[in-house]
Design a protein around this ligand. Structure first.
Ligand code: IMP
Ligand code: MG
Length: 180
């Protein structure tokens, strides 16, 4: 199926993202002060740029792990049914864990992942999402920390894709179709 033509309008600049990550890192450092090691779990693939910048800003001992859930498929609609495609490699029982998500949209993904990780009895489990679209929520879940709340727009860039495109954009932009 051919993709309808679209352009990407800038929404959040790379500079604004970097500044917000600095603020968030200080809050996370305070929350996990004294930890022996923080297990930072990135949800693939959308969080790969965010987690890379976030861990480099964190003055804490960290370990990095990844978990992949079934995605949006190739379009813009959430599948709602969340499946684990790749589990984390490490044990998290009794450990400090931070889940890193790109966007909380309907909330199904984060909700599913939190229940799964909670069942493994971490000492502490917190979450950070770069973006939050509260108006789209279908299940009652909220990340501990959020970078930016955004309206109901389909966004790309900074790791986030539209049908696997635009992940390499340095800023966050919204998709605007140029013809009907
Ligand atoms: P949720 O399960 O509906 O909360 O969706 C979460 C996942 O959907 C996110 O991790 C993203 O990968 C994807 N997603 C949600 N909104 C967007 C968007 O605007 N652009 C690209 N991907 C999105
Ligand atoms: Mg995702």
């Amino acid at each position: 199926m051919a993709q309808k033509p679209y352009v990407v309008d800038k929404m959040i600049s790379a500079k604004a993202i970097a500044a917000r990550i600095e603020e968030l890192a200080r809050e996370i450092e305070r929350a996990f002060a004294g930890t022996d090691k923080l297990v930072v779990v990135g949800l693939l693939r959308g969080s790969f740029v965010f987690i890379a910048d976030l861990v480099r800003e964190l003055n804490l001992p960290v370990e990095v792990d990844f978990l992949e859930t079934s995605s949006y498929g190739s379009g813009m609609e959430s599948s709602r049914e969340v499946r684990i495609l790749k589990d984390i490699r490490g044990e998290i029982e009794g450990r400090d864990v931070l889940v890193v998500e790109d966007i909380v949209d309907t909330g199904h993904t984060l909700n599913h992942v939190l229940h799964l990780l909670e069942s493994r009895h971490p000492k502490r489990l917190e979450t950070i999402a770069l973006l939050d679209k509260p108006s789209r929520r279908e299940v009652d879940v909220k990340a501990t920390w959020t970078g930016f709340e955004i309206p109901d727009e389909f966004v790309v860039g900074y790791g986030i894709d539209f049908a696997q495109n635009n992940r390499n954009l340095g800023h966050i932009g919204k998709v605007r179709f140029t013809e009907e």
